[in-house]
Design a protein around this ligand. Structure first.
Ligand code: 1GP
Length: 257
């Protein structure tokens, strides 16, 4: 198995690059809007596409990934809500352990079921410390996982949880308010996690403006995930705004060689 994606994510952290990821919900990938999101993602310099969700209604993920692969050169990372979301045509998969929760099935149970299947694919497996954060209202991820999210105003709990994930050998930390979060993960929580961790830090949930994206990047996020905001913006204006904000930020804070 290669470590191409993992090396890339590690490099982002070391070089202070700011990654931009777009999450595609398999149930909402109607062909015209998918084509639009893919072409605008390419124009905006999106680094990775994520595909998946906590609850999908029978969409064939492999077919969607194959379609994306035909239309876009951007690597595809699976963000699986279930075993049904393993699509060998993708480049990699976030091998999620929901370490903010105490649901054994999502800490290790599903992983035991998935591991032999993944071994038969060429997918790059990215061991991920996945943490749900309270974001103002229960999201699908909160409900479906049957776990309590980390309280929004408890950055120390988030930092300690992420550090435990790192010490367990996980290679990526993902603090997620959940899809459609009312409020994004707080700057203070991002800051505490970022200064604690040596592994890369991904932030998602409720990022709908360039200001929110910049706040998270400035606080130390290595990469951001944008999903719902694009579904509500067929022209992908928000993606261009966020990409422009990133370009301006990286001009002021150049990526290290
Ligand atoms: C959800 O972090 C992702 O798991 C993206 O969230 O849909 O709110 O952008 P949004």
């Amino acid at each position: 198995m290669t470590h191409r994606l993992l090396d890339q994510l590690d490099g982002w952290k070391q070089r202070h690059y700011k990654g931009l990821l777009v999450l595609i919900d398999p149930d909402k990938s109607e062909p015209a809007s998918l084509r639009r999101v893919l072409s605008e993602s390419e124009r905006c310099g999106v680094d990775l596409l994520m595909v998946g969700g906590s609850l999908t209604h029978g969409a064939d993920i492999q077919d969607i990934v194959l379609e994306i692969k035909q239309l876009s050169p951007i690597p595809v990372l699976l963000f699986p809500g279930s075993l049904y979301q393993i699509a060998p045509a993708a480049d990699g998969i976030l091998f999620l352990s929901l370490i903010s929760g105490r649901n054994p099935d999502l800490l290790i149970g599903r992983q035991v079921e998935a591991a032999p299947i993944l071994r038969k694919t060429k997918l790059e497996v990215i061991p991920t410390a996945y943490m749900l954060v309270d974001s103002g209202k229960p999201t699908t991820a909160h409900y479906m996982s049957n776990t309590q999210p980390i309280p929004h105003d408890k950055p120390d709990i988030a930092a300690a949880t992420a550090l435990a994930g790192e010490m367990l050998g996980l290679r990526l930390a993902y603090l997620d308010g959940g899809s459609g979060a009312q409020i994004p993960v707080s700057a203070e929580m991002v800051r505490r996690a970022a200064e604690t961790l040596r592994i890369p830090l991904m932030i998602g949930g409720g990022i709908r403006t360039a200001h929110a994206a910049l706040t998270a990047w400035r606080a130390g996020a290595d990469m951001l995930v944008i999903g719902t905001a694009l579904e509500q913006d067929p022209d992908c204006r928000i993606l261009h705004d966020i990409a422009d904000a990133r370009a301006a930020y990286l001009q002021q804070h150049p990526v290290l060689p």
